[in-house]
Design a protein around this ligand. Structure first.
Ligand code: C6P
Length: 409
């Protein structure tokens, strides 16, 4: 059942109307990698370059002031979107990956010491693993992992046991980019806080797909990327609690992040500029603001409901393929991602054949190698859904997968 007019929404996305080959329309099922962009986002960036382009926070001329005010207006929209207290808690970064590295290199380097425990999970994207590996190597920290159960959920019993060991940080993905599992973030954060840990949520796959409120979650840091939420590439956000951000040293040094520079020292700027060194992605911030307006106009609850319906239908229909195995099929709470294997067929072959039928999916380890190791497979195929996908596209996927299995029979 659709709760909004998906055909009308599709018309807002110029790319979706195309054929990948003559007579083969595009079926885009790879929004978990990056989402398509509506015309309002493309136009906002185009318009910025045609009418406004100037550097921000530096000039006093008309264009500089206009660019600055549009850049800052986008920050306010983003703050409201995630229910943050203050726009200065929104730090523009390049993406989720940079946001997590910022926390590791600034907060982690300053506040963690030898032997300290960080709790992560087995379902993390490399972006929420490698920054901590790097820091752990440097500072001799301990990393422990909440296991993933047979059902594709986090093992809360082991989590409780790990909490008894006094972690300094609990960092986890709100929604898995492989399993689609939506983790009980509020509960994970609540328990972490009781144990005295700082908390970080990787919101790369949650913020684009359902309503996320940092106040409700009670978390300390939230990282996400514009490009997965119908916005441009090259810009993301680290939201952090003001008191934590204030206590952290700058991450990158250079222009705009300083209040004063002497030959041998500097005084850092106020938030959020302390963490925004150099000329930022101005057009992208403005495009991000337009993306937020677009998502708000559709309604995050409507988007979540639509995706839920699509993924439930896909899960039922995929059962008609006996050799197909869904990863984490039984997770109770899941978003619009389905990763699967087809017995005896390599995921890259699956993706290549689907491409012949216009269907774009992702094949590989999806930047979650340890999770694939856990399942004892090197790779999987992944279809993912967003607000512009349709039931007809789900049907096309399932029918084409039947053809794939027949080809290899
Ligand atoms: N996952 C996928 O196809 P960046 O690249 O920094 O915008 O996002 C990184 C990232 C972090 N966490 C999660 C849960 C993610 O899914 C991603 C990006 C894409 O699954 C590209 S690998």
């Amino acid at each position: 059942m659709t709760f909004f007019n998906v055909e009308k929404i599709r018309k807002e996305f110029p790319i979706l109307g195309q054929e990948v080959r003559s007579g083969v329309p595009l079926v885009y099922l790879d929004s978990t990698a990056t989402a398509q962009k509506p015309a309002v986002v493309i136009d906002a960036m185009d318009n910025y370059y045609r009418t406004t382009n100037a550097n921000i926070h530096r000039g006093v001329h008309y264009l500089a002031e206009k660019a600055t005010s549009e850049y800052e207006a986008a920050r306010l929209k983003i703050a409201n979107f995630i229910n943050a207290n203050k726009p200065r808690e929104i730090i523009y970064t390049r993406n989720t990956t940079e946001s997590i590295n910022l926390v590791a290199q600034s907060w982690g380097r300053s506040f963690l010491k030898q032997g300290d425990l960080i709790i992560l999970t087995e379902m993390e994207h490399h972006s929420n693993l490698v920054p901590w590996h790097m820091l752990a190597q440097e500072k001799d920290l301990r990393l422990e992992f909440i296991p993933v159960t047979e059902d594709g959920e986090l093992d809360q019993v082991v989590y409780d046991r790990l909490l008894d060991e006094g972690p300094k940080l609990v960092a986890f993905s709100h929604m898995s980019n492989v399993l689609g599992t939506i983790n009980p973030a509020q509960e994970i954060v609540r328990k972490a806080k009781l144990a005295g840990a700082v908390t970080l949520i990787d919101g790369a796959q949650s913020v684009p797909h359902f309503d996320v409120s940092v106040k409700e979650l009670g978390v300390d840091f939230l990282a996400f990327s514009a490009h997965k939420m119908v916005g441009p590439t090259g810009i993301g956000v680290l939201w952090g609690r003001e008191e934590l951000l204030n206590a952290m040293p700058p991450f990158l040094g250079g222009g705009d992040m300083i209040k004063k520079v002497l030959l041998r020292s500097f005084i850092p700027n106020e938030l959020p500029y302390k963490f925004e060194a150099g000329t930022p992605a101005i057009a992208e911030a403005i495009g991000f603001g337009a993306a937020i307006d677009f998502l708000n106009s559709v309604g995050m609850d409507n988007i979540a409901t639509h995706e839920h319906a699509l993924v439930q239908s896909a899960l039922i229909k995929l059962k008609t393929i006996p050799s197909l195995q869904v990863l984490g099929e039984n997770a109770v709470n899941r978003g619009g991602v389905v990763s699967f294997t087809l017995a005896g067929i390599h995921p890259h072959d699956v993706a290549q054949i689907l491409d012949q039928y216009g269907i774009a999916i992702r094949a590989g380890h999806h930047c979650a190698m340890p999770l694939h190791d856990k399942y004892g497979i090197p790779a999987s195929s992944r279809a993912s859904f967003y607000l512009y996908n349709t039931e007809a596209e789900v049907d096309h996927l399932v029918e084409t997968l039947h053809k794939v299995t027949e080809m290899f029979a």
